[in-house]
Design a protein around this ligand. Structure first.
Ligand SMILES: O=C(O)CCC(=O)C(=O)O
Ligand SMILES: [Fe+2]
Length: 314
């Protein structure tokens, strides 16, 4: 059930909808998804498709990876923006991250193991792969519900096949003070849909439409699903794309992961005709996602809050 009467994203239960796209439970969850994404651009999801022991193992794998010496982590290089190893920066002063493209493909994940451990690390590969593959089902369910609720069923297969899954593994060091310190600055995600999972150390905040920031407290049973700018553009602004950030206090390290559905290379993003009318004029010129990301990443003074509007807003 969704939480009612509070100005915060609801918790939506997906346990009863897997494999039941015509059930009453599906229709109820679909309405909650639509309402939450219009109002907040995000919601919390309970989803037993990823077993609790896989989630626990994932958090253990994150610690194991980030505990490696810096020179080992630096071997995770990539010529793609936001992939490979990224150390602390002025926009993310407490954060280290490692991005894995095609994280639902075992051999790709195993390549990361071979990069970081001399003999590989099959346990790590299995955990990351299994988590990504299982969680990608939630991404497809949510996007299916979005297209159904917007009357865009005829684009379903094309849309679902237009993306790949990247998993970003993240660690935030505790700032060692009781003051609030920035972990990652306020930004929108650029991809279609993001699904986050976090350990018990809080930090994730989302900006509501009224301007208030609210904290999304970690709950082991919940994932957080969030609209990215590509989905905002594709639906021509029908769904909200929320600003979010990470704020940290205290000594404990925060570990989190994000599963990002990213438009495939060469993919143009153009709002379907059904999304454009006199009340909803076209917001963005059609754009190539990869060219947008390359351009965004290459600007030292980029604004992480309004990047797509600056790139191709009308
Ligand atoms: O660590 C988190 O919970 C959020 C990370 C995030 O916003 C991102 O990677 O885009
Ligand atoms: Fe984000």
């Amino acid at each position: 059930m969704g939480s009612i009467g509070q100005n915060k994203p609801p918790v939506i239960d997906f346990s009863e909808v897997v494999g039941k796209p015509r059930s009453a439970e599906w229709v109820t969850a679909r309405e909650q998804v639509r309402d939450a994404l219009i109002k907040y651009g995000c919601f919390e999801a309970t989803f037993d498709g990823v077993p609790m022991d896989t989630r626990k193992a994932l958090l253990g794998s994150l610690k194991e990876l980030f505990d490696l010496p810096l020179e080992t982590k630096l071997r995770n290089s990539s010529d793609k923006p936001f992939c490979g190893y990224n150390g602390p920066s002025h926009r993310a002063p407490l954060n280290e991250s490692i991005g894995i493209d095609d994280a639902d493909v075992y051999n790709k994940v195993d390549g990361i193991s071979m990069t970081n451990w001399q003999e590989g690390n099959p346990e790590f590969s299995r955990t990351i792969h299994s988590f990504s593959e299982k969680l990608s089902l939630l991404d497809r369910i949510v996007r299916r519900m979005i297209l159904e609720s917007l009357g865009l069923e005829k684009y379903m297969e094309e849309h679902l096949n237009s993306t790949t899954y990247a998993l970003r593994l993240m660690k935030y060091n505790g700032p060692q003070t009781t003051d609030m310190k920035m972990g990652v600055c306020s930004h929108t995600d650029k991809n279609m849909l993001t699904i986050l999972y976090q350990n018990k150390v809080e930090g994730l905040e989302v900006k509501l439409k009224d301007g208030d920031w609210i904290s999304i407290k970690p709950k082991p049973e919940c994932f957080i699903a969030m609209v990215g700018e590509s989905l905002y553009a594709w639906t021509n602004g029908r769904l909200h794309c929320p600003l979010h950030r990470v704020m940290m206090t205290g000594n404990d390290a925060r570990y989190s992961v994000g599963l990002f559905s990213n438009p495939k290379a060469g993919q143009m993003i153009k709002a379907p005709d059904e999304m454009v009318d006199d009340d909803h004029p076209l917001l963005f010129k059609p754009f190539d996602y990869n060219q947008f990301i390359e351009s965004y990443a290459s600007q030292p003074n980029r604004d992480p809050e309004t990047s797509l509007k600056a790139y191709c807003g009308i």
